[in-house]
Design a protein around this ligand. Structure first.
Ligand SMILES: [Zn+2]
Length: 237
C-alpha cells in the first residue's frame, strides 16, 4: 500500500474504533474521547500507520525528516532484518506501544514532541505540501503541524491512550500491507510465515487508486459527521 493509503487508514481506523472504546477501560486505560481526542488520535494513528515502513530508505516516512529519518531507516532495517520483516510483526507493534506509553508516563513534554513528529509524518503521508517550492512548503507544513499540536495541547487533550493508539496504527499498517499482494510476517521472529502473501490488490494499482483511497476518504467524511457532537460545536442560530 502507498504511504497516503496507510495514513488514511490510520485516520479511519481511529475514528471507527472510537464508538467502541468510548467511556470504557482497556488495559487499565480509561477512554474519555472528546472532539480533541478524536482529532489527536486520528493524526497519531495516521503517523503510526507509517512507522513500520521505517525499514525502507525509500518509504514516505523515511523521507519525512531528511537525513534523520533516512539514518533511522538504516538502523531499523539493520535491527529488524530488512524491509517487511521485524517492523511488520505483532512484536514490533507491542514494543512500539510500550515504548510510547513509557515515554508518556515519563514526560509530558516528550509526548508533545512525539505527537508533533507523528503529526508531521501523518501530514507528509497524506501528501500535504507541494513539490514546487520545497523549502517554503516544508516551513509552512512545520508551522501548521506545530499549530495543530499546540492547539490540541491547549485544548487539554489527554494522551493516556497514546501507546495503544500507536500500536493500533501499526496493526492498521499490517492490515493494509496484507490487503496488497505482499505478505506480512506477523509472528516474526518465531515464525517467518508471511500472512496474506500473493493475495489482494497491487500497490498503487487501479484498485488502490480508484477504490481503496477514495473509499477511505469517504469513510473519513462520514465518520466526521457521525462522531462529532455538532450541535455542541456549532454556534446557536
Ligand atoms: Zn509496510
Amino acid at each position: 500500500m502507498m504511504g497516503h493509503s496507510h495514513a488514511l487508514s490510520g485516520v479511519v481506523g481511529w475514528m471507527a474504533i472510537v464508538p467502541f472504546v468510548q467511556g470504557r477501560e482497556f488495559l487499565g486505560i480509561q477512554f474519555d474521547i472528546g472532539p480533541g481526542e478524536i482529532v489527536a488520535g486520528s493524526l497519531v494513528c495516521a503517523g503510526a500507520a507509517l512507522i513500520p515502513d521505517l525499514d525502507s530508505k525509500s518509504s514516505t516516512i523515511s523521507q519525512t525528516y531528511g537525513a534523520v529519518t533516512r539514518w533511522l531507516s538504516l538502523v531499523f532495517a539493520w535491527m529488524f532484518g530488512g524491509h517487511r520483516n521485524g517492523t511488520h510483526s505483532l512484536l514490533f507493534a507491542v514494543l512500539l506501544g510500550v515504548v510510547t506509553q513509557v515515554l508518556a508516563l515519563w514526560s509530558d513534554l516528550a509526548v508533545q514532541v512525539f505527537v508533533f513528529l507523528l503529526v508531521g509524518i501523518a501530514f507528509n503521508g497524506l501528501g500535504f505540501g507541494s513539490e514546487k517550492n520545497r523549502v517554503a512548503s516544508e516551513v509552512i507544513t512545520a508551522m501548521v503541524v506545530g499549530g495543530i499540536t499546540l492547539a490540541l495541547y491547549t485544548s487539554g487533550v489527554d494522551y493516556t491512550w497514546i501507546g495503544l493508539a500507536v500500536a493500533f496504527g501499526c496493526l492498521l499498517h499490517f492490515i493494509g500491507d496484507m490487503a496488497t499482494e505482499m505478505g506480512v510476517p506477523l509472528l516474526w521472529p518465531f515464525w517467518k510465515y508471511r500472512f496474506g502473501q500473493n493475495i489482494g490488490f497491487t500497490t498503487d494499482g487501479k484498485v488502490e487508486r480508484l477504490i481503496v483511497t477514495p473509499a477511505l476518504t469517504v469513510a473519513i467524511v462520514l465518520l466526521t459527521f457521525y462522531l462529532f457532537p455538532w450541535p455542541e460545536l456549532l454556534p446557536e442560530a
